[in-house]
Design a binder for this molecule. Structure first.
Ligand SMILES: [Fe+2]
Length: 301
C-alpha cells in the first residue's frame, strides 16, 4: 500500500503553566519560543514556522499531532483511505489551516480518540531561522520533528490503526520492565528514515502523551541541556542513557506539564532494504535509570 504520511510535522500541547513552559523550552532546552497574539506559543526547531505549539489549557496533554503528507493529492488519497476504513475525517477549513500555517489539513482520531491532523504545505521561514540561545540545531528534515510516545489501553487495536490504515511500518518491539515488576511491551513505528516517529506503550497514566522527543545535531548540546536542567531543579524521569533499539543517547527532563521531553542525539536511521523486526529485552544499552517524580507531579507508576 502507498503510505501518504511522510513525517511528524507538528504537535500541539495543551499546557497549564505557559510561563514555566517558555522558561523550560527556551532557557533550558534551547528551543526558541515566541508568543502569538492569541496567547499561544510557537516553538521552532527549523525553517517550519511552528513545530511545537503550546496552547494554554488545563489538560497538560497532547492536543493534536500533525502528520505531514507531500501534497494535495496525497491528502485527498489519505482522506479516501480513511473513509474506506470507516473513519470519519473532517476538513476544518481555511481558518484552522491558517492557524496551523499549512495549506490544507484534515482531522480525524485514532482508535483511542487522539486528535490527529494530516496536512500539506507547511509555511517555511527560511528568511528568519530560529535562533537558539545556545546555538542548538535540531535534526529534522525528512525525519520530521522527532517522535511521540502515546499511552494506550488497547495496543493491538492502535497498532492495526496506525499500520493498516495509516501505513506506518513496525521497526521493532521492546519487552521489558522499565519499572521493576511491571512487564511492558512497547512497539515502535516509522513513516520515514527515523527509527520511529511514534511508539505505543500500554502504560496506565492519566494522559495520552508519554513523551515527545527532539534530537539535537550535536552530542554536546545534550550534555549542556542536561546540566541546565539539573542546575535549575528540573526532575529527570530517566537519567542519561542510550536506547537499545534506536541508539538514541538521551535524557528525559519532566516538563512543567508532568510528561517528559526526551532530549537526544545520534538516533539510528533505518534503511528499509536491510531492516528486519526484532524484539529487544531492554529499553537501553546503558543508563536511562527511572527516577520517581516528586509527589506533586506524580503520574500513576
Ligand atoms: Fe523516545
Amino acid at each position: 500500500m502507498t503510505a501518504e504520511i511522510k513525517a511528524l510535522g507538528y504537535v500541539g500541547l495543551e499546557v497549564s503553566d505557559m510561563d514555566r513552559w517558555m522558561h523550560f523550552a527556551g532557557d533550558l532546552l534551547g528551543i526558541p519560543a515566541s508568543r502569538r497574539d492569541d496567547g499561544s506559543v510557537d516553538l521552532r526547531l527549523d525553517a517550519y514556522s511552528c513545530r511545537i505549539r503550546l496552547i494554554e489549557g488545563a489538560r497538560d496533554d497532547l492536543a493534536f499531532a500533525g502528520w505531514e503528507v507531500s501534497d494535495a493529492r496525497a491528502l485527498e488519497a489519505l482522506a479516501v483511505r480513511l473513509m474506506d476504513a470507516g473513519i470519519a475525517a473532517e476538513r476544518p477549513g481555511p481558518e484552522v489551516a491558517k492557524d496551523r500555517r499549512v495549506r490544507d489539513l484534515i482531522r480525524f482520531s485514532d482508535s483511542e480518540g487522539t486528535v490527529l491532523e494530516a496536512f500539506y504545505g507547511p509555511l517555511q521561514r527560511t528568511d528568519a531561522p530560529p535562533v537558539s540561545p545556545y546555538g542548538v540545531r535540531f535534526k529534522t528534515g525528512r525525519q520530521g520533528l522527532g517522535h511521540i510516545v502515546l499511552a494506550c489501553r488497547d495496543k493491538a487495536r492502535m497498532m492495526d490503526f496506525y499500520t493498516d490504515v495509516l501505513g506506518f511500518r513496525i521497526s521493532d518491539h521492546i519487552e521489558t520492565e522499565v519499572i521493576s515488576g511491571r512487564p511492558l511491551s512497547i512497539s515502535f513505528l516509522r513513516c520515514n528514515g527515523r527509527h520511529h516517529s511514534l511508539a505505543l506503550a500500554p502504560v496506565p497514566i492519566p494522559r495520552k502523551i508519554v513523551h515527545l522527543m527532539v534530537e539535537a545535531e550535536q552530542l554536546d548540546d545534550v550534555g549542556r541541556a542536561m546540566y541546565r536542567c539539573l542546575e535549575n531543579g528540573v526532575h529527570l524521569s530517566f537519567t542519561l542513557g542510550r536506547h537499545s533499539n534506536d541508539e538514541m543517547l538521551s535524557f528525559y527532563p519532566m516538563s512543567p506539564s508532568g510528561f517528559d521531553i526526551e532530549y537526544g542525539w545520534g538516533g539510528l536511521e533505518v534503511d528499509d532494504e536491510g531492516w528486519h523486526v526484532v524484539t529487544h529485552a531492554t529499553n537501553s544499552a546503558w543508563g536511562h535509570h527511572f527516577q520517581r517524580p516528586p509527589k506533586k507531579n506524580a503520574d500513576a507508576g
